[in-house]
Structures are given as C-alpha cells and as structure tokens.
Design a protein around this ligand. Structure first.
Ligand SMILES: C[S@@+](CC[C@H](N)C(=O)[O-])C[C@H]1O[C@@H](n2cnc3c(N)ncnc32)[C@H](O)[C@@H]1O
Length: 266
C-alpha cells in the first residue's frame, strides 16, 4: 500500500506524550503495564510492536520478550527507534505487513489502529499471528459522549490537519470478530477522552457496548484464518460529530469543522 504519513508526526508525538496539551494525559508505561499481562507474553515469544514510532514502549516490551520487532509507516520514526535493540525494524504499513504468515506469537498495537484502514490492518494482524496468538489493540469508538467537548475538538483538529483518523464501530467488530479469525477475550472502554491516561477502565458488557464511549482496549486471540469479511467496521468521522453537523444543518463535515474552528477557535 502506498501511503505516506505526515513527516512531522513523530516529532509531534514525542512532544505530545510529555504534555497535557488539551488537558488530557496520554497513557504511559504505567497504564500499558496494567494491561500487558493480558497478552501472557513469554520471554521466547516473537512480539510485534505495530506502529512503534520512535520506540516509546521498547524498554517496557523488551522486559517481557527477547524478540521485539517494530514496524512504523514513518521512516524518521524507525530511524529514531533504531537506537533501541529491536530484533528487527521495518518501515511499512500495518495494512501490508512485510512479515510471513504465522511469524509472531503476540502483537501490540497501541494508539495506532485509528490511523489505519482498520479492516485491512486486522486481516494482516491475523495473517502474521500464529494460531492461539494474541493481539492487544487500542482505538477510538464510533460514538463518544456528546458532552465530551475535548474529544470533539480532537476529532475536528485531526481532520482539519488531515491526520488519518478512524473510529471503530465496536459493536460491529464484536459481531464480525470471527470473520477476522479472532475471538475477543478481553475488552475495556474509557468513556471520556483522557480517561485512558487515568486508567479509568470499564469492562465491556452488553450495556457498555450500547452506550457512547471514547476509547477501547481489546485483546483478540487468533482462533482461525480470516474469511469472507462481509462489512466494514470503521468510519473516518464519528457518529457524534455527524450528529452535531446535522443539527447545525451541515452535510459536509469538513465545512462544519471549519465553521466550528472559525467560530470557536482552540
Ligand atoms: C499516535 S502514534 C503511537 C505510537 C506508539 N504506538 C506509541 O504509543 O507511542 C501512531 C503511530 O502510527 C504510525 N502509523 C500511522 N499510520 C500507520 C500505518 N498505516 N501503518 C503503520 N504505522 C502507522 C505513525 O507513524 C505513528 O508513529
């Protein structure tokens, strides 16, 4: 897949993780460590750090596995990540992984799934995982609470800067997980933007799935090869923003975001 990502993004991200730029804290090593045990990583496991950026999590991941491989679409990110002792590093897209079938035991995809064409990235994750292997995945949900103003501004600004952004229809992902060849073994949501960095996790059940929330964390176990995917699981706009635009009489979301930014700034 020929896909270029904004070359300044790695620098932005390296700074963003240190700051509370919109009042929210990005989930750090301490938060990752709360969930990483769900992957049951063995020291001998081959672990793929999907969207590894500059290697933010290598020091942590390498405590769990002796074979951490990193991939990121941005060459400058991989150049910075090469300061760490990754087993292997690759510049490439999660939608077209340069690895053989069933070559990994575990995969870790943190804060990156929303940048990708999610159906293709999940099919690829299934392909490169061994049977019984697991993927830890974080992403943004298709509908967040209407009173989450920070989430809305983040969506608006990302879109106006043309950052790739995808919102997962989590209910559809649960319904279609077997088509992707996965069983979802664990699921948590973080209702508001910022809740993730504060570890305000709510376990997924039927009621949670049917309510709005901003982010999610899932662990998916490969139970089969993927087969006959029948539907899409994501959109480049949230239902929440679409609802706001509709209320204001806009059918073009970009025009709506521009109007909102001109009127409200930030
Ligand atoms: C928000 S950063 C997260 C990085 C890292 N996982 C972390 O939490 O520090 C998203 C990363 O995904 C990478 N990325 C974006 N689209 C991608 C794609 N289609 N395939 C692979 N990497 C991608 C970006 O270059 C960036 O490094």
């Amino acid at each position: 897949m020929d896909k270029s990502f904004n070359a300044s993004y790695t620098d932005y991200w390296a700074e963003r993780v240190k700051q509370l730029s919109d009042g929210t804290k990005i989930a750090d090593d301490g938060i990752v460590e709360l969930f990483l045990p769900l992957l049951k990583i063995d020291k001998n496991d081959w672990l793929l750090d999907m969207g590894c950026s500059y290697g933010r999590f290598f020091p942590l991941l390498s405590k769990y596995s002796n074979h951490v491989v990193g991939i990121d679409i941005e060459a400058s990110a991989i150049e910075r990540a090469s300061e760490y002792e990754y087993q292997e590093l690759a510049v490439g897209a999660l939608e077209n992984l340069p690895f053989s079938d069933e070559s990994f035991d575990k995969a870790f995809c943190w804060a990156t799934f929303d940048c990708t064409e999610q159906e293709q990235a999940l099919l690829e994750a299934n392909r490169i995982l061994k049977f019984g292997g697991s993927l830890l995945l974080t992403g943004k949900n298709i509908a967040y609470p209407e009173d989450d103003a920070v989430a809305f501004i983040a969506e608006r600004n990302a879109k106006l800067k043309a950052f790739p952004n995808h919102f997962t229809d989590i209910k559809k992902l649960y319904a279609l997980s077997t088509q992707f060849g996965f069983e979802i073994t664990h699921g948590f949501v973080f209702k508001y933007r910022g809740d993730f960095g504060l570890a305000k996790a709510v376990p997924i059940d039927e009621a949670v799935l049917n309510s709005p929330f901003y982010e999610y964390l899932l662990v998916l176990k490969k139970t089969d090869s993927h087969n006959n995917l029948t539907d899409l699981i994501c959109d480049t706009f949230s239902l929440t923003a679409k609802g706001f635009a509709q209320t204001e009489g806009y059918t073009d979301l970009i025009e709506f975001f521009k109007m909102h930014q001109e009127k409200n700034g930030i």
